[in-house]
Design a protein. Structure first.
Length: 231
């Protein structure tokens, strides 16, 4: 019986090792302490749009602490164009190595990438983590679609101050489920444009408004594309 249990433990460890080895994002050079960080390398031939990293630390008393972080960077195809966006939430390109800052990890900590999603929707690793990412993407897709619909209900038929006022009224109507972050961001952007518009700059503000609406449309297109799992 003891030999059988040892065999099961060894087999289980082998499965974990194989799972980590098979994932196309490799964690290396873990530095512990107050300024903990780690390198992540994409070994695949396509960009990685999401990954889950688990850092496990065993305390002196035997207590095991696991810190899990999932980064979903599929929208960075659009948001990378914005000034001030963090490289931490950008896709990991083929062959790229990126240093990732971590919460302080203790001596002897072990880091493992447990889930990865590739550009084409291929999902590898921990099923629960992958399901959570795709559920969040589907929710984000639906929320962005709602905002796109608001813009498309107003912008084709009005311009300038009239368009802004129409959008303000439209964004005042919120979903029974509450206001999404996409809805809130668009509503607040319209409010800012309304505060700044004058007869002298109305055309420039209208162009900014339409650029913003185009960005939301591009984000929605990405969310629609990346909310479907390939395998």
């Amino acid at each position: 019986m003891k030999k059988f249990l040892l065999f099961l433990l060894a087999a289980s460890a082998t499965v974990v090792a194989l799972r980590a080895a098979e994932l196309p994002v490799v964690a290396s050079r873990l530095v512990t302490g107050p300024n903990s960080h780690i390198d992540l390398t994409n070994t695949s031939s396509q960009p990685v749009t999401a990954w889950t990293l688990v850092v496990t630390t065993t305390q002196p008393d035997g207590t095991v602490h696991r810190a899990t972080e999932t980064v979903d960077a599929y929208l960075s195809e659009v948001t990378k164009e914005f000034a001030g966006m963090s490289a931490r939430i950008e896709r990991l390109l083929p062959g790229q190595t990126r240093e990732i800052a971590l919460d302080p990890a203790g001596t002897g900590a072990i880091a493992e990438v447990t889930a990865v999603i590739l550009q084409d929707g291929t999902a590898l690793g921990d099923p629960e983590a992958l399901t959570s990412v795709f559920e969040h993407r589907a929710q984000e897709r639906d929320q962005l679609h709602e905002v796109v619909n608001v813009f498309e209900s107003v912008l084709p038929s009005s311009r300038g101050t009239a368009a802004l006022e129409g959008l303000k009224r439209a964004f005042a109507v919120q979903s029974p489920q509450g206001e999404s972050s996409a809805h809130q961001s668009a509503r607040e952007a319209v409010d800012v444009y309304l505060q700044r518009v004058t007869p002298a700059n109305v055309d420039a503000v209208d162009q900014l408004l339409r650029t913003y609406a185009d960005i939301v449309r591009r984000e929605y297109d990405l969310a629609e594309k990346h909310s479907h799992r390939k395998n």
